[in-house]
Design a protein around this ligand. Structure first.
Ligand code: HEM
Length: 525
């Protein structure tokens, strides 16, 4: 996801946190450690220059300090991986991030194995990106217990997510999602300028809270604001230092711990509220209570959905609007398609406001009758999604594309290797949804050429919910407003926005911020 500094990229860090929380191992515990220890650790890592450069296999060993590699891996991962592939002449390469060994791979065969191999763990992989610092001891524990504990945690978490985003649940919640968006959009007034990475995110945040918690929280403006505040503090405190040295008691780390505790406490209070309610509802918290989950696990699952959902769906919603703002042909197609859907299926009277008319359209119509919008979302995912996906070998040695991967090793695959590959996609940097149409079908050229929703063993569990949310935002915005892309001086920008591939969390545009200048349309049509 930051999946793709990109959506998959952001997704990585968020899902990982979700996994931690879902297994009730929140990062609330502050590890007490002295500066002396920090210096010892630093000295150790600085001294660990790679000594294994005479490897017999075809993997290039990166020369240099593991601390420097670690720094660039956390700080500018996209550039680091790209640059090192150039240095290795396109060969897979190996380096260390502190005590962990990471192997970067590329190409179709490697990609196929990476996404299909059962011994490569997704959640163990992502933990390294969020300061979870997985330890070989974790793997030993699993071996001793005789079963694959990590996979059990993963599967339980995915099952819980799937139970929350069931088709019937989404269909029932659809009108409330549109009401939520309408309320927030009313604050925009008749015309103005908005930063999509703030205002559109907020719409997605509100919808995600509705989909993952309960009516009381989704409709409590004060609690919602508090939730959003703490969430952003946690996100903004995830600096390379805090990820590299998660035990280091920096001010950022303390802020993050405080915000995590506050977020946890807030969600916990709503779990209690629902648990003590005499009348169970069909809201997600009640659903999890009915499944017999402990309070801690319920909070963990909710945090998982919020952290996984908001960033990725937010990023893709923003970029879809940005790309359409400079592509009149596809903007028109999307508008016409949504309007036709509205004309054909709107059950409520035409005097109703737009969001009510959209709310009366059945879920299957949203899913099946917007083919151009589907292509637009797919192309946005491809262009924005370029970050590195991580796995860890949690079982015995395994061979991936001819490379021996030891137990405990990490593997990384950069999504750009497929999404920005000119042998697969013509002019890959160009936003062009028609590349998927019959006759071209560029995404079918190689195995797993399109990775936007995950492939192989770990397809995205929240895709249905995410796609619908993006379509709701697009419909409300395209039909409700006229809009143009502007820079801070109010003019159409000289260069079109491009995602910052090293902004793992948000995929914001490179350079100056850009805005959407909007004017509300009359609802007469
Ligand atoms: C536009 C929004 C989203 C995008 C682009 C996206 C993308 C992805 C990708 C690329 C993967 C595979 C990652 C890998 O192979 O390492 C994935 C997996 C996953 N996603 Fe999403 N995702 C989105 C929204 C969501 C939402 C809203 C949820 C939760 C409700 C969610 C839950 C998950 C889970 C649980 C997995 C792991 C599945 C497994 O391990 O089997 N995603 N997603």
């Amino acid at each position: 996801m930051s999946a793709p500094n990109s959506s998959i990229g952001s997704w990585q860090s968020l899902l990982s946190r979700a996994m931690d929380w879902s297994s009730a191992s929140t990062d609330l515990s502050v590890i007490n450690c002295s500066f002396a220890l920090a210096f010892c650790f630093l000295a150790y890592t600085l001294s660990s220059y790679n000594t294994n450069s005479k490897s017999a296999d075809r993997v290039y060993e990166l020369p240099g300090s593991s601390l420097i590699h670690a720094w660039f891996f956390f700080y500018r991962r996209f550039d680091f991986i790209q640059k090192k592939f150039k240095e290795s002449g396109g060969r897979p390469f190996r380096f260390k991030v502190l005590q962990h060994r990471i192997i970067a791979i590329s190409g179709e065969k490697a990609r196929q194995a990476f996404f299909s191999e059962a011994t490569l763990s997704l959640s163990q992989g992502y933990r390294i990106l969020t300061g979870g610092s997985p330890d070989l001891k974790d793997l030993e524990l699993e071996r001793i217990s005789g079963k694959d504990l990590q996979r059990e945690v993963d599967e339980t978490f995915v099952r819980k997510i799937l139970s929350l985003v069931r088709r019937d649940r989404i269909a029932d919640t659809l009108p409330s999602l549109l009401d939520d968006c309408e309320q927030l959009m009313n604050n925009w007034g008749i015309e103005g300028r908005l930063n999509p990475f703030e205002e559109i995110y907020l719409l997605v945040f509100q919808m995600t809270v509705r989909m993952a918690t309960c009516r009381e929280l989704a409709e409590d403006k004060k609690a919602f604001k508090e939730l959003a505040n703490q969430y952003w503090i946690i996100q903004n405190c995830s600096t390379p230092i805090s990820l590299l040295f998660p035990w280091f008691p920096s001010p950022m780390k303390k802020r993050k711990d405080k915000a995590t505790a506050a977020l946890y406490g807030l969600l916990y209070s709503f779990v209690m509220l629902r648990r003590n309610s005499p009348r169970p509802s069909t809201d997600p918290i009640d659903l999890l209570i009915a499944q017999g989950d402990s309070d801690e696990n319920i909070v963990g699952t909710i945090m998982g959905v919020i952290f996984t959902g908001v960033i990725n769906t937010g990023i893709i919603s923003c970029w879809t609007l940005l790309y359409l703002s400079s592509n009149e042909e596809w903007k028109q197609k999307a508008e016409e398609e949504i309007r036709t859907m509205l004309d054909n299926h709107n059950l409520s009277g035409s005097a109703e406001p737009l969001h009510r008319r959209l709310a009366s359209i059945p879920l299957n119509v949203w899913e099946d009758e917007l083919p151009s919008v589907d292509l637009i979302i797919r192309e946005t995912l491809r262009v924005v999604g370029a970050a590195s996906i991580i796995r860890r070998n949690v079982q015995d040695e395994v061979v991936v594309d001819g490379i021996l991967i030891q137990r405990g090793d990490f593997l990384t695959y950069q999504v750009a290797d497929a999404h920005m590959n000119s042998a697969i996609y013509t002019d890959p940097g160009k936003f062009d949804p028609s590349r998927y149409l019959e006759g071209r079908e560029e995404d079918k050229k190689e195995t797993f050429s399109f990775l936007g929703w995950g492939v192989g063993r770990h397809p995205c569990a929240g895709m249905r919910m995410a796609k619908l949310e993006i379509k709701l935002v697009l419909s409300l915005f395209l039909l409700g407003y006229e809009y143009t892309l502007v820079d801070k001086s109010g003019k159409f920008p000289k260069t079109l926005p491009r995602p910052d591939r090293n902004d793992d969390l948000h995929s914001r545009p490179l350079g100056d911020p850009c805005y959407l200048q909007y004017r509300k349309r009359s609802e007469e049509w």
